[in-house]
Design a protein around this ligand. Structure first.
Ligand code: SF4
Ligand code: SF4
Ligand code: SF4
Ligand code: FES
Length: 352
């Protein structure tokens, strides 16, 4: 790809000719506010918060969709640009509940951050406001479209990242709203509850149900880990408060998933605190499972294995391992089967 030479805020840059102005600015560490744009999604220029001045252009242009060209001169933070962004925010907040005191997203909300940066406490436009009912008749996602700014990131995440297209814009004009076909519930739609729409939503419109009320962004810290559920090895960020997991969020650097998760990785963390989890081995005695030490349990298993192998031959035994285990653990299981017991009855299953 050939390069072009452009100037942004006085900085001379050489960037690939297929870059947008936003990509060029970001490559030089120049921050331009965005709401609808995200590096994982195709740009659509929906929100207009990223307007910039470009020489020889009659009006301000959204830099997330505007392509660079040779000799281009861009200014990202002039009074005219800031005034236009204030106007966009004013319009967005004219139909927004300003509920930051109790909103789960406060502290992690791009709209809130921009209102703070541009000093907008409330909208100057009086008029109709929506009063959409909360939609949460499913186990995982709470949808509050009163906080939706129609950036369509969720729609694009569903289609472009998860490949499902369970949601899209409904209605027209002021009554435009994101929803499933015929505005039904998510669980009656093709939704797979991957949660990518939550991960991409820049406001509090989409929230993970189980995390609401469990802590704000500034009270948690992220611990990067590998999903325990299957062999894909997706990278996840555990959001931890007081040593307890309160949410799982996307880690965009994950080499095998690039931020995507399935329903288990995103929402299946409640087992960590489940009181029914086994914490000690159990041995059946007189028909009852009773707690035992690891030495007792392992001795019993070794005796039974040896006894069955001797009585019925090694092929009476088989070893099932799991994609949830590490490579080293799987190696040791097959070594136990082949090397110690003497059978090739070895298999594995991702669901074990
Ligand atoms: S979505 Fe953002 S701006 Fe709106 S109430 Fe919640 S924190 Fe505040
Ligand atoms: S949870 Fe996943 S599949 Fe369901 S609407 Fe959101 S992005 Fe689409
Ligand atoms: S629900 Fe969130 S991501 Fe979807 S359009 Fe509304 S603000 Fe954007
Ligand atoms: S970020 Fe460019 S138009 Fe929304």
């Amino acid at each position: 790809m050939a390069d072009v030479h452009i100037t942004i805020d006085g900085q001379s840059l050489t960037v690939p000719s297929n870059y947008t102005v936003l990509q060029a600015a970001e490559s030089a560490g120049i921050n331009v506010p965005t709401l609808c744009a995200h590096p994982s999604l195709k740009p659509i220029g929906a929100c207009r918060i990223c307007l910039v001045e470009i020489e020889k252009q009659r009006v301000l242009q959204p830099c997330c969709t505007f392509p660079v060209s040779e000799g281009m001169v861009v200014r990202t933070n002039t009074p005219k640009v800031r005034e236009a962004r204030r106007f966009v925010l004013d319009l967005l907040l004219s139909d927004h509940p300003l509920d930051c005191m109790t909103c789960q997203k406060a502290g992690d909300c791009t709209l809130q951050d921009l209102a703070y940066e541009y000093g907008i406490k409330e909208s100057t436009f009086a008029g109709l406001q929506h009063d959409w009912p909360l939609q949460d008749a499913n186990p995982f996602i709470t949808r509050d479209y009163n906080k939706c700014i129609l950036c369509r990131r969720c729609v694009r995440a569903c289609e472009e990242i998860n490949g499902v297209a369970a949601i899209g814009p409904l209605n027209r004009g002021f009554d435009t709203k994101i929803g499933t076909a015929y505005d039904g519930e998510l669980q009656d739609s093709p939704c797979e509850f991957c949660g990518m729409c939550i991960a991409l939503c820049p406001t509090g419109a989409l929230q993970p149900k189980a995390s609401i009320g469990k802590g704000r962004a500034w009270e948690t810290h992220k611990v990067t880990t590998i999903c325990p559920y299957c062999g894909v090895g997706c990278t996840l960020d555990l959001n931890v408060k007081d040593n307890r997991v309160v949410q799982v969020t996307s880690n965009w650097e994950g080499p095998s998933n690039h931020g995507w998760t399935c329903v288990k990785g995103r929402f299946g963390w409640d087992y960590i605190e489940n009181e029914e989890r086994l914490t000690t081995p159990l041995i059946r005695k007189d028909g009852e499972l009773v707690p035992a030490t690891w030495d007792e349990a392992l001795d019993l298993v070794a005796d039974k294995f040896a006894g069955y192998a001797k009585e019925f031959g090694p092929n009476a035994l088989g070893f099932l391992s799991s994609a949830k285990c590490s490579n080293e653990e799987n190696y040791l299981v097959q070594k136990l089967g082949r090397g110690v017991i003497g059978t090739n009855n070895i298999d594995h299953c991702a669901r074990l």
